[in-house]
Design a protein around this ligand. Sequence first.
Ligand SMILES: *Cc1c(COP(=O)(O)O)cnc(C)c1O
Length: 358
Amino acid sequence: MSRPIIAQINSTALETNLNIIRQHAPKTRIWSVVKANGYGHSLAAVLQGLRKTDGFALLDLNDAVMLRENGWNGPILLLEGFFNQTDLMVIDHYRLTTVIHSVWQIKALSHITPKLPLYIYLKLNSGMNRLGFDTISFFDAWHTIKQLKQVKHITLMTHFADSNKLENIERQMKVVSHVNKKLRGTYCLANSAAILWHSQTHAQWIRPGIILYGASPSGKWKDIEIYKLQVAMTLQSKIIAIQKLPIGEGYIGYGSKLYLSHKTQYIGIVACGYADGYPRHAPAGTPILVDGTYTKTIGTVSMDTLMVDLDPCPQATIGSLVELWGKHIKIDDVASAAGTLSYELMSKVMPRVKMLIT
Ligand SMILES: *Cc1c(COP(=O)(O)O)cnc(C)c1O
């Protein structure tokens, strides 16, 4: 039998979440953000679950081609644009929409002869200071591109650095409004947090990522509970051994963590470690579900195993099912225990974990 760790991907949950987002932002079109292999859920799963999206947004040209070749005929947006001139041949051939964030990309565009003029997204740096043109160079870029016969349509795009705080959204929206006064057109601004909590950012297109997969953009599950988003990924495994520690002192796992117990302590060994994508920094006490019962991890996460306290579930045996994250154990809670975000955990599930798409 193969190692029991499995990532179950529920494509119906993706579909449900897309519908919830549509109801929440009914007047705007949706780019489903599927970068990083669909936040670790696989492109096969997003193709299946998100068929009703208006477009897919991602980074990798090969992934874009893969979506096309698997039958997706709608819009595809390259969020970081292209990385060299030759990419533009592929963009033209597969009818992809590309972000333009740098002057060299405008030059590259002006040197090609596409079969049909391209749709582009011009990226405004409204205060995140990552990619894009500042306001002054944005107007220049816009006017230069307007003259190009290679371009059919320009959409203005920007990205929020901190959509959890209103004042930070407002600071960036001021820059957007300034541009909007002079350039009325199509706008695409909002990521998940802005979609849920700042409807003034919705514009003509939105770009949800994390909420499609059923996790919280704030890192706190409680913040999204009312929206009834469904968890799309369940990481599960099994107990493969049980250790019995005597009363008193014991040492467990790497680093020989001292363990004190006033009664005999049973420990379940789970076939899941950091080489599967479970965070090594998840401390003892991180929530986990064993045989349907909530318990916690103990000791240090190792490469291929982790340990759980079997106190709350004395019935557990070798072969008992363990949920690392999913419907019951919120990935946001595991991430926050490990000092990170669900985004990182989802996108780092390793290829050695079998994936089951339902
Ligand atoms: C990743 C990404 C998104 C989606 O962000 P979420 O917080 O997952 O909704 C949107 N826009 C851009 C440019 C991105 O890189």
